[in-house]
Design a protein around this ligand. Structure first.
Ligand SMILES: [Zn+2]
Length: 160
């Protein structure tokens, strides 16, 4: 178990460990926080990316950040072994305030050639965005995911 000081760890000025260890599945919360703490150096880099996203788009809600292997392998998460989430390199997020949509965020990120990033997937029908840091693979790889008959279908988008 993490002690209170570890639990309240700030990764950057505005981003906490807690924020990047969030999960919809409460049974993993504690183990995922411990795993996140052990990966805090990687998470600091991801927190810097998240701060930059918040500067661009206003307040954002992380819906999934780092995932311990048990969480990532849970069928309900719909992830796979190649996911950047267990490495602490990826985030899923959505805007907190109305006035900007996930498609608008996706378009602005796509046009921002200076934003060195790994993979960006907008889940158009589910209302969130997946983003990973660039760590030597999948450089500025932009995709749109739509639900077709309930199945996730991905379309690669050309970027400059
Ligand atoms: Zn994701």
């Amino acid at each position: 178990m993490l002690n209170p000081q570890q639990l309240l760890l700030k990764l950057t000025k505005n981003v906490t460990l807690n924020q990047l260890c969030v999960t919809n599945y409460p049974e993993y919360r504690s183990v995922n926080l411990e795993y996140g703490y052990s990966m805090r150096i990687e998470l600091k880099k991801t927190a810097i990316m998240f701060e930059y996203l918040c500067e661009m788009f206003g307040p954002l809600l992380v819906t999934s950040g780092i995932r311990c292997s048990a969480l990532n392998e849970d069928k309900r998460v719909g992830s796979n072994s190649k996911s950047a989430h267990p490495r602490g390199e990826a985030l899923d997020f959505k805007p907190i305030l109305e006035g900007i949509t996930v498609m608008q965020i996706f378009e602005q990120l796509r046009k921002n050639k200076d934003f060195l990033v790994g993979q960006v997937i907008v889940y158009a029908d589910e209302g969130f965005i997946h983003i990973s840091r660039f760590v030597g693979r999948s450089k500025r790889d932009f995709r749109i995911c739509r639900l077709v008959d309930g199945k996730r279908t991905y379309e690669k988008i050309t970027v400059a």
